[in-house]
Ligand binder design. Structure first.
Ligand code: FAD
Length: 189
């Protein structure tokens, strides 16, 4: 089996919708299908979505990677797909992940800043920047505990089930319920 690794940059064609549990809904659908398909093909890697651009990194058997890339390239949810890396690999480095969605917008912002970049434009990444980006995704795979062998990145942590607004709403509802029970109890006495 000949292993290869690849990375590409592309531009989303959809307008970003409000996040659901920290993930843009179109991206969430892409992740769901990737998580289903990639394990069957022995493909591992990660996806980062920010500034309406994608950066995806994949490792696996050459035929499997080329087949999935043919499909991905034709997907109308993105355009201007630019191959950044396509080369042989001696061993898989993302062995625990099928499709990683990294909740690390802050890390990426820091990386961009350190490189003098003011926005996420992966199509313009140098080889060095690509490797740094892959490193960020890889490190997140080692430390992240988001379950599901998947991760990816935009705005919020995938691991958080509720948005802050919903959390505050639930706390307020809980407080109201306790207050109602106390008042009800006092009235009954
Ligand atoms: P199905 O299960 O038949 O369909 C897949 C789902 O995607 C369906 O819900 C379908 O409605 C939806 N869908 C497909 N095309 C479109 C479209 N143009 N607009 C809206 N919805 C659509 N696939 C992988 O298997 N692995 C990957 O790593 C991967 N990475 C991706 C990264 C990006 C940035 C994008 C845009 C797509 C990626 N995909 C990936 C998805 C891929 O392009 C195919 O849609 C998918 O592989 C098809 O899988 P399937 O044959 O099992 O399709």
């Amino acid at each position: 089996m000949a292993l290869i690794r690849m990375a590409y940059a592309s531009e989303a064609t959809f307008s970003p919708q409000p996040s659901e549990a920290g993930v843009e809904p179109n991206v969430a659908r892409i992740l769901m299908v990737s998580r289903r398909n990639n394990p069957r093909r022995g493909i591992v890697g990660g996806l980062y979505y920010g500034n309406n651009q994608f950066f995806q990194y994949l490792e696996g058997d050459e035929d499997a990677i080329r087949d999935v890339y043919d499909v991905i390239r034709k997907d109308t949810r993105h355009r201007n797909v630019k191959t950044l890396i396509m080369e042989p690999l001696s061993e898989v480095t993302f062995s625990n992940w099928t499709m990683k969605y990294v909740p690390m917008a802050e890390d990426v912002s820091r990386l961009l800043k350190s490189e003098g970049l003011d926005r996420f434009e992966p199509a313009k990444f140098s080889d060095r920047m690509c490797e740094k980006m892959i490193g960020l995704i890889r490190n997140a795979s080692e430390t992240g505990g988001y379950g599901n062998r998947v991760a990816m990145g935009t705005a919020g942590p995938v691991g958080e089930v509720f948005t802050p607004g919903v959390r505050y709403g639930l706390v307020a509802a809980g407080v109201s319920l306790v207050a109602a029970l106390v008042i009800g109890g006092v009235l009954l006495l």
